[in-house]
Design a protein around this ligand. Structure first.
Ligand SMILES: [Zn+2]
Length: 252
């Protein structure tokens, strides 16, 4: 292993975000589709949810979506492509001769920035119209395909302007991993052009990454230090940046 690259960024909600909470029982204010929340009752973005989106959008872009016998999409598990190298592959029939590939990335659960959570609780600034502690609600109509009956449902959403603190850790085992880092950056761009959570086709879940900071920990000097300047957006990370990272990681 050469070291780790730690990415910290503001994940900014641009349009109401709905990542389902999974509990369908009684909810406040008649909401029947609530968002996932932590023990403090604050909404958060599960790392698995963002990681899954990064992976599936990268698979789509590189034509690596597998199908099972029912025709459902399956994650690639070839063990050889850049997607399996970044996101991991499990030992399977096809690749059992290989060692199980370690996952290069860890996406931590992203929680609300403290100052934003406080603004929401106190209904300050852009959150002054917020109906619930940290969220808004929105009616969505769907038409039952069999009965043609309208079926209005109330969705809970994290409002525009919310900021979550994102942390992603990318482990670098070899020089190739440094080059492959550009595919993770590409994945972030795909997410910005797509959506997180549910109801994306109704315009929900547009997010941007801002104030991106990178920290490196090399294995010969396992202290953490910031690498490069703070980037306003993922579009500022280019090939020159990647080659500078390579120099930083392999300076021996
Ligand atoms: Zn693969």
């Amino acid at each position: 292993m050469l070291g780790r690259l730690i990415i910290n960024a503001d994940l900014v909600v641009k349009t109401g975000l709905h990542i389902g909470g999974g509990n369908s029982s009684v909810e406040i204010g008649g909401i029947d589709n609530s968002v996932i929340k932590n023990h403090k009752g604050e909404p958060y973005i599960p790392g698995s949810s963002l990681k899954g989106k990064l992976r599936s959008l990268t698979e789509l872009a590189h034509n690596k979506i597998g199908k099972n016998e029912k025709g459902e999409n399956l994650p690639c598990n070839c063990g050889e492509c850049i997607i399996c190298k970044i996101y991991g592959a499990s030992a399977s029939e096809e690749n059992k001769t290989q060692d199980r590939l370690p996952t290069r990335i860890i996406v931590r659960d992203a929680f609300l920035k403290d100052s934003i959570a406080e603004d929401m609780r106190k209904k300050r600034g852009e959150f002054k119209e917020l109906e619930l502690a940290y969220t808004e609600s929105k009616w969505e109509n769907s038409i039952d395909r069999l009965t043609s009956k309208a079926n209005p449902r109330l969705f809970e959403r994290v409002p525009e302007g919310a900021i979550f603190e994102l942390e992603v850790i990318y482990t670098i085992y070899n020089e190739e991993d440094i080059g492959n880092f550009k595919y993770l950056i590409e994945g972030f761009k795909f997410v910005e052009d797509d959506y997180l959570g549910g109801n994306g086709t109704r315009g929900y879940g547009k997010v941007n990454l801002e104030n991106i900071k990178f920290f490196v920990k090399t294995i010969d000097d396992y202290t953490i230090k910031q690498f490069g300047d703070v980037k306003a957006s993922v579009n500022e990370i280019n090939d020159t940046w990647i080659s500078e990272l390579k120099k930083e990681m392999i300076h021996s």
